[in-house]
Design a protein around this ligand. Structure first.
Ligand code: G3I
Length: 319
């Protein structure tokens, strides 16, 4: 049975980040996605730069194509992302903004984007990566112009645009207990205390074989998030391997995928398990980390790797 069905039966929907390019051009990629994954995230297509290239210009083509594909194949959709410091269009980042003007632009952006897909996107990464690794706030464009309240503003706007969507704060290096995950919890606790509609924390999980987090500590982190009534989603999972990639490293990678899936399943608090790409051919990893590769579940020819088989095993065990 395909992974997406095993995952669904186990109660942990399996997803993948989708790139518009291969979706358009590569039938094998489309077939793999529809068969093996029950959820998609737009890898880039819904970010400010690609989708809102000028103040009065929207470019919905890629995002629409991905959402249409998901609907046609009964896949859920995660929206990514409404506020981030990266991939911003020049007009936004290099504009000279007063606080009220930027507030209006941010509210309008969120109303248009979230509103367009209302009812079709179940979860949004509203704010992405606003915390540094040492737990201090990241000094982003948004924070510089709007002050720390920009987070509240974004969540309120997203909630107004789609009251049923679940709204997430999403970040990396915050899977286990530590300074960063502590700071994120404080941030989210603060928002909830102020009545801000935030429903969950996205743990990206861009992991490195050989320097994996302690999965007991990940379990403890998920437990404390869940204890607050918040949902957890694994939002951008990949486990990169330092070249040369060997059979032993692929087995170790499979064990790590399995350990994270088991941790999620045991917690009862995870509602998605999304890998950052579907195959090693379309992964961001080799382009960004020289000397690293092979981070995903399927190889360049769309064949399942040991990690895909170990996930099938752990999902099967739940049924
Ligand atoms: O679309 C243009 C294309 O027109 C141009 O010819 C080409 C030349 O470089 O660039 C293309 O854009 C690139 C885009 O990926 C699509 O391939 C951007 O340069 C490149 O910066 C962009 O990288 C993305 C990265 O975010 C941006 O920081 C990665 O694909 C994407 O996987 C990555 O995703 C992020 C998550 O959103 C947040 N968490 C971390 C994660 C990994 O960095």
């Amino acid at each position: 049975m395909a992974l997406r069905h095993l995952a669904a039966q186990a109660g942990l929907p399996l997803g993948a980040a989708v790139a518009a390019e291969p979706l358009r051009r590569d039938p094998a990629y489309r077939a793999l996605l529809a068969r093996e994954f029950g959820m998609v995230t737009c890898e880039n297509a819904m970010k400010w730069g690609p989708i809102h290239p000028a103040l009065r210009t929207w470019a919905f083509r890629d995002a629409d194509a991905i959402v249409r594909f998901a609907t046609r194949h009964a896949m859920a959709v995660r929206g990514h992302t409404l506020v981030w410091h990266s991939q911003q269009p020049r007009w936004l980042e290099h504009g000279s903004w007063s606080r009220p003007a930027l507030t209006r632009v941010l509210r309008a952006h969120i109303a248009t984007l979230v509103g367009r897909y209302r009812g079709r996107i179940g979860a949004w990464d509203v704010v992405n990566e606003a915390v540094n690794d040492d737990g201090t706030p990241r000094p982003t464009f948004w924070r510089r112009v709007l002050g720390p309240k920009y987070l509240d503003l974004a969540f309120h706007a997203a909630h107004r645009a789609d009251p049923k969507a679940r709204l997430f704060y999403n970040d990396y290096n915050a899977e286990a207990l530590g300074e960063k995950s502590d700071a994120i919890l404080r941030l989210v606790d603060g928002m909830r205390h102020r009545g801000v509609p935030v429903h969950g924390i996205g743990l990206q999980a861009h992991l490195l074989l050989g320097d994996l987090p302690d999965f007991k500590s990940v379990a403890a982190n998920i437990t404390r998030i869940a204890a607050r009534g918040l949902t957890v989603q694994i939002t951008e999972l990949d486990i990169r391997i330092r070249r040369p990639v060997t059979a032993a490293k692929l087995r170790a990678q499979a064990d790590a995928y399995l350990a994270l899936a088991e941790t999620c399943l045991a917690s009862g608090a995870c509602t998605a398990f999304v890998t950052w790409g579907a195959t090693d051919k379309s992964s961001w990893v080799p382009g960004f980390f020289k000397g690293y590769d092979d981070a995903l579940l399927f190889d360049r020819a769309c064949r399942p790797k040991p990690a895909a088989r170990s996930l099938a095993e752990v999902f099967n065990r739940q049924v």
